[in-house]
Design a protein around this ligand. Structure first.
Ligand code: AMP
Length: 208
């Protein structure tokens, strides 16, 4: 299955992707994780991306598109992938479609994890992320339950940046809901419920 996950930051895309990966073994391609790894490594791409990320803005398309192209070429992505955080705007979606077409592949579904802004603000401001593996949990969890790494608050999960990220989501990413509806591959689940309940719906709507 080749899947795109749509939804605001903090909607639970990463959590649902992780569950699908554990159960079905698809490759999880999170552009946020790839970019954070680039920032951590101090690579030229990371240095360029950091300012945009800290400000809650989108990183320029060409940087992200190249990262995704490379990742889609890796062996584990040939059997099926979950794109989490990509595409983030129409230009990225159009490029993705044409890249996949060149490879003789296509998307099977775009799944919207739908959560209201008020809920997102509460979730993101109390979200902590593992420095090592990217696992997320609410504030109060200091050691990653998955790998033992240190949990920290991402700079872009601080209140001053959250509203900006939500605005970016509504103006740039939300139009993709219509885009994928137009391609007849849009599915949607209500993400404002416990993760396991959402997951049951995710599988049902994907026919898994
Ligand atoms: P995320 O972990 O998906 O919330 O991404 C964190 C940050 O990385 C975003 O706020 C953007 O600055 C950047 N980013 C992630 N994915 C993309 C993308 N597809 N296009 C542009 N910027 C992105």
């Amino acid at each position: 299955m080749n899947l795109v996950l749509l939804g605001a930051p903090g909607a639970g895309k990463g959590t649902q992707a992780q569950k699908l990966v554990e159960e079905f073994g698809f490759a999880h391609i999170s552009t946020g994780d790839l970019l954070r790894a680039a920032v951590k490594s101090g690579s030229p791409l990371g240095v360029e991306a950091k300012g945009y990320m800290d400000a809650g803005q989108l990183v320029p398309d060409e940087l992200v598109i190249n990262l995704v192209k490379e990742r889609l070429g890796e062996k584990d992505a040939q059997e099926g992938f979950i794109l989490d955080g990509f595409p983030r705007n129409t230009a990225q979606a159009v490029t993705l479609d044409s890249e996949l077409a060149d490879l003789g592949r296509s998307l099977d579904a775009a799944l919207l994890v739908d959560v209201k802004d008020e809920v997102i603000v509460g979730r993101l401001s109390s979200r902590r992320t593992c420095r090592n593996c990217g696992y997320t949990a609410p504030a109060g969890v200091d050691v990653c339950p998955r790998c033992g790494g240190e949990m920290y608050q991402r700079d872009d999960d601080k209140p001053e940046t959250i509203q900006h990220r939500l605005d970016t989501y509504h103006t740039q990413t939300e139009p993709l809901v219509q885009y994928y509806k137009g391609h007849s591959i849009l599915k949607a689940v209500d993400g404002d419920r416990p993760a396991d309940v959402v997951y049951a719906d995710v599988k049902a709507s994907l026919g898994l």
